[in-house]
Design a protein around this ligand. Structure first.
Ligand SMILES: Cc1ncc(COP(=O)(O)O)c(C=O)c1O
Length: 441
């Protein structure tokens, strides 16, 4: 849905739920993902099902993580209570703050009071929207953007998104990005729109790249000039890897926003990071997310009461502590996770090259590749300039029962691009990639 389209039209109205819930009810019908999940392909058990290369779930070390969880799962009886509050137990905040200090190289040590834990990164993002923007205020997101920024930031609390477009040859990870955000903020001001913040996805979903340090500093300066927040969604922070295929590119390494000293650049109250264990720990079902803000105690204080809506289960709290505190296991797990991602990227990149499919080169993070399936489709089909290439490819993929997300969902300016998730077992990856090729011919 267009971010600005949350207007109530008469046709959305229902006698039985609120107008705003009716708008979302209408959206739910369009979301293919939930249909896909209930009909997943399995060669023996569900041969007529759909191959899912659409959802950014990480399967590669799922068995190791679940084994590690089983090995130490011994929850205290206090896990049946609310334990110590709405934003995570003391022990979890302690473990998480030490973990982040160790792995994100923050400029200043992260302390337990800098962290509010939520049931998933999604909830941390929604808190950002609720706590940093009033209804009708805007968040800036560069195109393409993580598709769920739209529901997470706009659906329930009335904030809006202002998308920042780029020109064809712009490198979105260079200083050009800083200029584009600057222009967008100037334009918003000219139009009387109140902007609450800039939201980055860093590393980027769907492009799989990181913002270089100097670009982050440039964005901090722009945010300060316009007195807006800068929020970095770093849910893929430790899902970075070596790109062994696209030799012609030298992608920037990941530097957390927390690693930059805000002094003299931006009012530190306006700097925030969200993270979670869904991607880096292959544990989406654990529902562990966090909002990390090192200087803005008002933000954390506001969540003490509001956090009741996004409290994590005390059992997840217990599991997360066991994972984050186990330094010996982490020393094996994190490099192995990154090695496997690198290996699987190499598999999909070679597949794309062998089939002459153009893709966004130089990724070094995330669980997916962003590829131009539209151009390949045109090679074997007559497509008139008035036809919507994204819809045509989507139709062909649906017919061949393979699910990938379209660039349209990410607000991508270029038609015909799709995000293909590669961190699934080989039998599933190659089945899905084979179906994509059949669909394109
Ligand atoms: C950039 C980004 N942020 C947040 C999330 C949501 O994570 P969680 O499962 O922790 O809610 C995702 C998941 O796809 C994501 O890609």
């Amino acid at each position: 849905m267009d971010p600005q389209e949350l207007k109530i039209s008469l046709s959305y109205r229902s006698e039985y739920i609120s107008d705003r819930a009716s708008v979302i009810e209408r959206e739910t019908g369009k979301m293919a993902m939930w249909d896909v999940l209930s009909n997943l392909w399995e060669s023996k058990d569900n041969p007529d099902g759909i191959v899912n290369l659409g959802m950014a779930q990480n399967w590669l070390l799922r068995d190791s993580v679940s084994q590690r969880i089983r090995d130490s799962f011994d929850p205290p009886s206090s896990a049946l209570t609310y334990t110590e509050g709405t934003t995570g137990s003391k022990r979890l905040k302690d473990a998480m703050s030490r973990f982040i200090t160790h792995h994100f190289f923050p400029f200043k040590q992260v302390l337990p009071e800098h962290v509010s834990v939520t049931n998933g990164t999604t909830s941390a993002l929604e808190h950002v929207s609720w706590a940093l923007a009033d209804p009708g205020e805007y968040f800036l997101v560069g195109q393409p953007y993580y598709m769920n920024f739209v529901p997470n930031l706009t659906w329930r609390f009335g904030a809006r998104l202002l998308t920042v477009p780029f020109e064809k040859d712009d490198d979105r990870f260079s200083e050009v990005a800083v200029e584009r955000y600057q222009q967008a903020l100037d334009n918003a001001k000219g139009q009387g729109k109140k902007v609450a913040g800039i939201i980055l996805c860093h590393p980027h979903n769907p492009l799989g790249r990181c913002y270089p340090r100097k670009v982050l500093i440039g964005l901090m300066k722009v945010a300060q000039e316009h007195r807006v927040h800068l929020i970095s969604d770093e849910v893929y922070a430790l899902s970075t890897w070596e790109n062994t295929v696209d030799k012609e590119c030298t992608p920037a390494d990941f530097h957390s926003l927390l690693s930059i000293d805000p002094k003299g650049i931006i009012d530190s109250h306006r700097v925030h990071v969200v993270w979670g264990m869904s991607k880096d720990f292959a544990a989406k079902g654990l529902r562990i997310g966090a909002l990390i803000s090192q200087y803005n105690s008002h933000l954390h204080n506001s969540l003490v009461e509001a956090g009741i809506f996004t409290m994590i289960s005390s059992f997840s709290d217990h599991i997360a502590v066991n994972l984050l505190e186990d330094e010996e296991w982490l020393q094996w797990y994190l490099p192995e996770h990154q090695r496997r991602l690198s290996q699987n990227y190499a598999k999909i990149a070679r597949w794309a090259q062998n089939h002459g499919i153009n893709y966004a080169k130089g990724a070094n993070a995330g669980l997916f590749m962003f590829a131009d399936l539209g151009t390949k489709y045109r090679e074997t089909h007559d497509v008139s300039p008035t036809q919507n290439i994204t819809q045509l490819v989507q139709g062909a993929l649906k017919e061949h029962k393979v699910y990938v997300s379209s660039g349209d969902d990410f607000g991508c300016e270029k038609p015909g691009w799709f995000r293909i998730v590669f961190c699934v077992p080989d039998y599933c990856l190659f089945e899905g990639l084979g179906r994509i090729i059949e669909a394109l011919h």
